[in-house]
Ligand binder design. Structure first.
Ligand code: SIN
Length: 299
């Protein structure tokens, strides 16, 4: 019996949990009610969750008392996990978990404090960008700290004709370091990247309009966080078009605002959405654990 079929039969034999998938009021998203991720999730339940993820793009699992091991194990069922380049902020003993936090302990940042400050799709600066990310709330501020998600399928579907024509068939460059230098200059959240880290984040080129490999829908695949230029266009024209694409993508009706509740686990599709952390007052503590699942090369 192969490892995959042993894993399948283990999940198959797990007791069925009863849960509900309830669409949220915003542009995208659904709440998963009644599922406990600290208990086994059998194959039938997993298939429902997978389908809901493709249909709703962001899933909110409420009140999850899971360990880092359980978050990693659940994330792995969707694919290979990516280890973030900022190894300073990986959870000790769990390199698949990036600590997203503004907390400073003994004069040291315990996590990436300004993660998500600009709209982005996780790891779009890699040849194989992320399929999806899971963020599990550990400590939440009493004010602020929301995460916004914008639907990039809808952004493409609604794109004015002139902009469609301007970008169809074109590609754009994505870079981790472009904003990094700017953000580093403005705050002290970002450590200087070593030569080894820089080698892991070389600029990549991706299509501006991608086809989702699982739901078959087209989506805009650019963001102010990581996209730097449109290939083959003069700098000013490229900048102008990107600015218009960014503004169009994040129109109010295209957004779901997630207001975190204790122990929420939020799982979004980076092939369908871009997201933004709105931030919170700096004296309030915020800490979340992120796992990031590798996706395919965009086409
Ligand atoms: C991220 O971009 O992964 C972090 C989002 C957040 O902190 O709300």
């Amino acid at each position: 019996m192969s490892a995959a079929s042993i894993a399948l039969s283990v999940h198959d034999s797990a007791q069925q949990q009863t849960f509900e998938i309830r669409p949220l009021a915003g542009a995208v998203g659904a709440e998963i009610i009644g599922l406990d991720l600290s208990l086994p999730v059998n194959d039938e339940a997993f298939a429902r969750i997978h389908r809901a993820h493709l249909d709703h793009h962001v899933l909110v699992f409420r009140n999850q008392h899971i360990t880092p091991e359980q978050q990693v194990a659940f994330s792995r069922r969707f694919g290979v996990l990516q280890v973030h380049v900022l190894k300073q902020f990986l959870l000790a003993g769990h390199p698949e978990i990036l600590i997203v936090s503004n907390i400073v302990e003994n004069g040291q940042n315990i996590g990436l404090g300004d993660a998500g400050k600009f709209w982005h799709s996780d790891l779009s600066y890699k040849e194989l960008p992320s399929l999806g990310s899971m963020l599990h709330a550990q400590e939440l501020p009493r004010e602020g700290g929301d995460t916004l998600f914008a639907d990039m399928h809808k952004a493409w579907d609604d794109l004015p004709e002139a902009l469609r024509k301007a970008v169809e068939g074109r590609s754009a460059a994505h870079s981790y370091t472009a904003r990094y230098s700017e953000t580093k200059f403005e705050s002290n959240w970002r450590p200087t990247l070593t030569a080894e880290q820089l080698a892991q984040v070389q600029e990549v080129i991706h299509p501006i309009v991608r086809t989702h490999p699982e739901n078959g829908r087209k989506a805009l695949f650019v963001s102010e966080g990581f996209t730097t230029r449109i290939i083959g266009l003069p700098e000013d024209e490229s900048r102008q078009i990107l600015t218009e694409l960014y503004a169009h993508s994040v129109l109010e009706h295209n957004i779901y605002r997630h207001q975190w509740q204790p122990r929420d686990l939020v799982f979004w599709d980076n092939r369908s959405l871009i997201h933004l952390a709105t931030g919170c007052p700096s004296h309030l503590r915020r800490k979340l654990y992120r796992t990031t699942i590798q996706g395919d090369a965009p086409f």
